[in-house]
Design a protein around this ligand. Structure first.
Ligand code: HEM
Length: 286
């Protein structure tokens, strides 16, 4: 619970750094928001340190990622330092904490507003899964469910803005960009651009489904980039897609969720958050 609360505070305040006064203030200027980030980080660090020391009991057979990080050796036989273990663990925690769960919230929201899509989804789940619970082996067959998640990530990309520093010799549409310039690109803006998507605001999973071996619509590379791209592309891409598709399949196979709010607005924090608690009436399917 402590780490969950600290994560929420850190996410909110880091989000505010993007859009609030923090975006223009130099890093060394103390602000109340930055003090809250520091306090939250201290809680996360203490908790991670506690779990790491628990794992240092010599038992390497635990089937978890932290045990693998602790057991990992490089070509010289050296292990990761405590700082490296902490950094890797916190990065994975932040990367996996809210991204997939927010994607699922937006998926339920879109499904609740689009009965036609919901019907097509349950038709596929009933047909492909018949009477078994979905598992990894079903992933490839759940093409419509995959398209629902892909289309959700297009309309509500949980990471909606990316930044990086230009390298030597970088250009943008032929224009030179000096090395070290901070460059921003927004999934939100690109994913809703009518140049790349017909009926861009509509929730149409069909646009992702191949017809006769051809994609339903020609979409240029990087017109869809919820996981970023290049050398720093999301390390959890495949994991997140499989996780989101299977969790949606497990639940949508059994339940319809009718959201109580008519319209939920996205708030651009570190991730794209709903502007209120998302409440739903749960109906069991026959
Ligand atoms: C729908 C779910 C997810 C979305 C939309 C997402 C998106 C992203 C994005 C946009 C980046 C930054 C890429 C960049 O800086 O250019 C990133 C990085 C990263 N993500 Fe994810 N992510 C998701 C789920 C996950 C999960 C489940 C994990 C771990 C289990 C994860 C682990 C990471 C890590 C470790 C990085 C840093 C990679 C690096 O800097 O080398 N992500 N993710």
């Amino acid at each position: 619970e402590a780490i969950g609360q600290a994560m929420d505070i850190a996410q909110k305040e880091i989000g505010a750094e993007f859009s609030g006064i923090g975006a223009v203030l130099p890093d060394w200027v103390p602000t109340p928001g930055r003090a809250r980030i520091k306090r939250a980080t201290a809680v996360i660090d203490a908790e991670v340190a506690r779990v790491v020391s628990q794992h240092r009991d010599g038992e390497t057979e635990r089937p978890d990622l932290l045990s693998r990080l602790l057991a990992a050796r490089d070509e010289t036989g050296a292990a990761l330092s405590d700082q490296e273990i902490r950094d890797e663990t916190v990065t994975l925690y932040i990367g996996g904490h809210e991204t997939t769960s927010s994607t699922l919230v937006w998926a339920w929201y879109l499904l609740s507003r689009n009965p036609r899509v919901r019907e097509a989804l349950t038709e596929e789940l009933d047909r492909v899964l018949a009477d078994h619970e979905p598992g990894y082996d079903d992933y490839a067959s759940l093409t419509y469910t995959q398209a629902v998640i892909k289309e959700t990530l297009r309309l509500y990309p949980t990471i909606w803005l990316l930044t990086g520093l230009a390298k030597e010799g970088a250009t943008l549409r032929g224009m030179p960009v000096p090395a070290g310039t901070r460059v921003w690109s927004s999934q939100w803006a690109t994913h809703r651009d009518p140049r790349w998507y017909g009926d861009a605001k509509a929730f149409r999973p069909e646009r992702w489904i191949d017809q006769d071996g051809e994609p339903a619509q020609e979409i240029p590379e990087y017109a869809w980039f919820p996981f970023g791209g290049g050398p720093r592309v999301c390390l959890g891409t495949r994991f997140a897609l499989v996780e989101a598709v299977l969790v949606l399949a497990v639940l949508a196979r059994r339940y319809h969720l009718d959201l109580t709010a008519d319209e939920i607005l996205p708030v651009p924090s570190l991730t794209l958050q709903p502007d209120r608690d998302v409440l739903a009436t749960v109906h069991a399917r026959k």
